[in-house]
Ligand binder design. Structure first.
Ligand SMILES: C[S@@+](CC[C@H](N)C(=O)[O-])C[C@H]1O[C@@H](n2cnc3c(N)ncnc32)[C@H](O)[C@@H]1O
Length: 249
């Protein structure tokens, strides 16, 4: 049963669809756990040239995506869904996307519309009429919203039960628990003089768990101390942090 449907409104549906049909998300779509519909905004133009953009009122550089094709494309998805679907405009002016947004979107909605802008962006009236939230994937400017929409769709879909083989996969991952994940190793045991940490070969589960927690704390302390300040830590974590700090002296 499909438990998450995402409609991506874009001028490049084939490119988005090709990417979202690969690997884990592709398999989840084949298994009908999630569904990603890529909608061609251009199909909703009312002019013969199928033009979707025009010059900005007031002058200035570049082109703006017109409101009419965007609105009609959006409305056709809502009509098909039988309700107003929660709509997100991918925008460098939006709130920066985090793992907690991915969790919130997965928990709160069964269907989402992600709108990809292009050129100088989209007519403000579409945002006022149809958009519930604006999401940015970082403080930089892309040429289009497609990469951002794929990032959000991927992060949300992989949280849907059944998409990953084991639900515990993401619990220890970076950002999920408020910490960065510990380092990972696979075969061989020795590569160019570098060994896998012996504890990981010991088979001693409690020691491995402790080592991973400590390395997770070490990484977060050295790379993202801002995250550590907000993380919920147990007394055993505080002890490990003391150890790490004295090792760093
Ligand atoms: C060149 S950008 C437009 C930027 C716009 N003129 C501005 O200054 O805010 C074209 C499109 O790329 C997408 N985009 C660019 N940067 C993004 C980011 N950091 N996060 C999400 N979407 C982004 C948006 O959909 C946007 O409409």
């Amino acid at each position: 049963m499909v438990t998450m449907t995402i409609d991506i409104l874009t001028l490049f549906p084939d490119a988005v669809s090709a990417m979202m049909s690969q690997s884990i998300i592709g398999r989840a779509q084949e298994n009908e756990i999630v569904k990603i519909n890529c909608r061609q905004i251009r199909d909703y133009t009312e002019n013969r040239q199928k033009q979707v953009d025009d010059y900005p009122y007031g002058g200035g550089m570049g082109m703006v995506m017109q409101v009419q094709p965007l609105y009609d494309c959006w409305k056709s998805v809502c009509d098909e869904a039988g309700e107003r679907v929660h709509t997100i405009y991918m925008s460098p002016q939006g709130k920066t996307f985090t793992q907690s947004d991915a969790i919130r979107l997965k928990n709160d909605y069964e269907r989402l519309i992600l709108v990809c802008g292009h050129y100088e962006g989209i007519d403000e009236r579409f945002i006022e009429l149809c958009v519930d939230e604006e999401i940015s994937i970082g403080d930089f400017v892309l040429t289009g919203g497609e990469i951002a929409a794929m990032a959000v769709a991927d992060a949300v879909c992989r949280l849907v039960p059944g998409v990953l083989a084991d639900q515990s996969c993401f619990r220890e991952e970076s950002h999920y628990s408020g910490l960065l994940e510990y380092p990972q190793y696979s075969r061989p045991e020795l590569f160019m003089g570098k060994r896998v940490p012996p504890v990981l070969l010991s088979g001693h589960h409690a020691n491995i768990k402790k080592w991973r927690r400590k390395e997770s704390l070490r990484r977060t302390l050295t790379r993202r101390p801002d995250m550590l300040e907000k993380a919920v830590l147990e007394s055993s974590d505080l002890k490990l942090l003391e150890e790490i700090k004295s090792e760093m002296k």
